[in-house]
Structure formats: structure tokens, C-alpha cells
Design a protein around this ligand. Structure first.
Ligand code: ADP
Ligand code: MG
Length: 349
């Protein structure tokens, strides 16, 4: 091996994990620009020009074939839609509204023009639905399969931007929509793939599971909630989108806000189809909600005095409350047991 590329560092990347690696690579970065309001460590970076009352939120997310998606069961139009939407979701997680999108793609030669057009039909549909402009990107060839990198830009009034770091003891912990569906959608697609691989005569049977399969293949960002917050006069004290699973996101809020998080199993919003799939796969629906990920719902905290504003909203569920840091992060189960939350995150390496 060429000496230049010898690995002198004895720590394996897998030991660090995704979040450890990001911390390692970005530790000690000093921001030089006064326009850099918030750098690494939240759902999006925040940028503002001098004296502006408006803050720009910027975020990027990458999807790689056979890591984040499998071409056997992912329609390209859905893939394009998802690649755009997961970026919009990070902008929404700052209580900002997405406005522009850049998309960079790495293509392997097996892709036809038709296929790429499908991918872009999905990206453009997402932009239509979210009122976002596709303003640029980059195109290159790839030898490892399809790579899609989206970068979204959005904005919010300076005094309305929400970070991961503002949760206070006593605040209510809330989630939007329901959880765990995207995980079981993936389990179902993987199962049907295995059956098909063993016996190509067998056609995939996804009937009756439109909801969870849709949750996996065609997620939505909760821009509707961001708009509802504005109407209700709510500014969450902290917020994050649920890409890696509720447990991991609770721990991010806890770490950034220096507080503890207590949530109740019986409060977790779980759809009926998700619950049924849990029984069929013999995987607890609670486990899927806590650790599954890819639901792209919002997890946020609000002051108790805001409770009356959210209590009748069908899309918002209060699942627990914020405590002192010393209380740690825990799930109170239906059997009244206390389970300490563990860092999960997405194991990329
Ligand atoms: P999310 O799940 O919201 O997309 P991530 O967990 O991917 O967030 O990233 C956490 C933070 O680390 C973000 O602020 C992101 O911009 C930053 N980050 C991730 N990867 C890198 C990298 N390779 N270099 C610099 N910053 C990074
Ligand atoms: Mg995020």
C-alpha cells in the first residue's frame, strides 16, 4: 500500500458510529463569518446577512443505492420524491419553510434516459407539492450505483427559528402523525423481495398495506405543521425531524438542550396497520416506533402554557415531558417499567 494512504489511525470508523464520526470530523470548527448563525449539529445550518430579520436554513442529505434504497422495490419516481422531501423535512425541523432545492446525482451506465426522467418526475412533483424551486445541482457518473444528494434552502423570521437546543424542564414532548409505519413498510418490501428472489414466479403481495408501504417509499415533510404553528401562534422550544427513530431523536434533543426526556409507551401514536404488522413480524410496534426511523414526522417540545393550543389537533400527540438532565432519557412502558433510552441512530458503517 502506498504510504500516503496508510491508515495510521487505530480507531475504526465503525467504533465511532455515525454521530461519533460527525463529531470527530467537525470538532473545534471555528465559524469565521458573522453570517453563520448556526453550524454543524442541528437539522439545518442557519445563515443570515447583517441586520436581516430573515434567517436562511440550509441542509443536505444523501441517498445511496443499496445503503438507503434498493432498486428492486423502489420506483424511481418515488425515490426522486423522497430524496427531495427528506431535505424539506430538515428545513421544516427548524420551523422554516423550504424554498429552493439543489440535486446532485451520480449515475451508473445501466440507467436509461427514461429511468432518469422518472427520477426527475418525482423530484419535480415534490417541488410542485411543496412550492419549492429546483435551482441547480451536479451530474456525474458513478460506479457504485445511483447516488442522489439533495440540498434544500429555506427561510424563517429570526425570532421564529427553532433549534434542537431550547427544551426546558417541564415542557411537553410532542410528535406529529404516527410512528413505526415506515419501518414495517420496509420489512414488508424486504420480505416480498426475498420471496421473489427465491421464486421469481411469485408476485409481491402488498395488498392492504398501502399506508405503511407509502410511508416507506413516499414520505411527506410536515410543512403543514409548520404552517399550523404559525396560525396557532406556537413556537416550539426545540424541534427535530424523525429520520432515525424516536429514541435517537429524543437523545439529540436531550444532548443539545441539556435536559432529560421522559416519554410514555401508551401515548405513542401507532397506526392500526403498523400495529398489525408488528404482530405478523413478531416485532413490537413500540420498538419500531422508537428505533425504526424514516417516518419524517416532527418531534418537538412546547411550554405547558401552549397545551390548550395543541390539545385538539389530531395531528399532534403529547407523549411525555422534559425533565432535568439528571433524570436521563426514559420510556415508561405500559407495564409501568422504566427503560433507559440508548443511542441507536442509523448504523451506517
Ligand atoms: P439529519 O439526520 O437531521 O439529516 P445528521 O445526523 O445527518 O442530521 O447530521 C447531524 C449534523 O451533522 C448536521 O448539522 C449535519 O449538517 C452535520 N454533518 C453531517 N455529516 C457531516 C459531514 N460529513 N461534515 C460536516 N458536517 C456534517
Ligand atoms: Mg433531521
Amino acid at each position: 500500500m502506498n504510504e500516503m494512504f496508510e491508515n495510521r489511525n487505530t480507531v475504526e470508523i465503525s467504533e465511532l458510529g455515525e454521530f461519533g464520526l460527525i463529531d470527530h470530523l467537525t470538532q473545534g470548527i471555528q465559524y469565521r463569518q458573522t453570517s453563520t448563525i448556526l453550524g454543524v449539529g442541528d437539522d439545518a445550518a442557519l445563515i443570515s446577512s447583517a441586520n436581516s430579520e430573515i434567517v436562511k436554513a440550509v441542509s443536505t442529505d444523501q441517498m445511496i443505492e443499496n445503503v438507503h434504497f434498493n432498486m428492486m422495490y423502489t420506483p424511481l419516481k418515488h425515490l426522486g420524491y423522497k430524496a427531495a422531501v427528506i431535505n424539506f423535512s430538515d428545513i421544516c425541523a427548524m420551523n422554516a419553510v423550504p424554498q429552493q432545492l439543489l440535486v446532485s446525482i451520480g449515475l451508473s451506465s445501466r440507467f436509461t434516459l427514461d429511468a432518469i426522467e422518472e427520477l426527475y418526475a418525482g423530484i419535480r412533483l415534490a417541488c410542485d407539492n411543496y412550492n419549492v424551486d429546483l435551482v441547480g445541482g451536479d451530474t456525474s457518473s458513478s460506479r457504485i450505483g445511483l447516488i442522489i444528494t439533495g440540498t434544500a434552502i429555506g427561510e424563517a423570521p429570526k425570532d421564529k427559528v427553532v433549534r434542537r437546543s431550547g427544551a426546558k424542564p417541564g415542557d411537553l414532548i410532542c410528535v406529529t402523525g404516527d410512528l413505526g409505519g415506515a419501518y414495517f413498510g420496509l420489512q414488508l418490501l424486504e420480505r416480498e423481495k426475498s420471496i421473489f428472489m427465491e421464486n421469481p414466479e411469485m408476485q409481491p403481495d402488498l395488498s392492504g398495506h398501502d399506508y405503511i408501504v407509502g410511508r416507506q417509499l413516499k414520505p411527506e415533510a410536515r410543512l403543514d405543521i409548520i404552517k399550523a404553528f404559525d396560525k396557532m401562534g406556537i413556537i416550539p422550544s426545540s424541534m427535530i425531524d424523525i429520520s432515525d427513530g424516536l429514541a435517537s431523536e429524543l437523545m439529540h434533543l436531550s444532548k443539545a438542550s441539556n435536559v432529560g426526556m421522559t416519554v410514555y409507551e401508551k401515548k405513542l401514536p401507532i397506526d392500526q396497520d403498523t400495529f398489525n404488522m408488528g404482530v405478523e413480524f413478531n416485532i413490537d410496534a413500540t420498538t419500531a416506533a422508537m428505533n425504526g426511523g424514516e417516518d419524517y414526522e416532527l418531534l418537538f417540545t412546547v411550554q405547558q402554557s401552549d397545551y390548550n393550543k395543541i390539545e385538539n389537533d389530531k395531528d399532534i400527540t403529547v407523549i411525555g415531558y422534559v425533565t432535568d438532565l439528571s433524570q436521563g432519557n426514559k420510556l415508561i412502558t405500559n407495564g409501568e417499567q422504566t427503560v433507559e433510552l440508548k443511542a441507536q441512530g442509523w448504523k451506517a458503517f
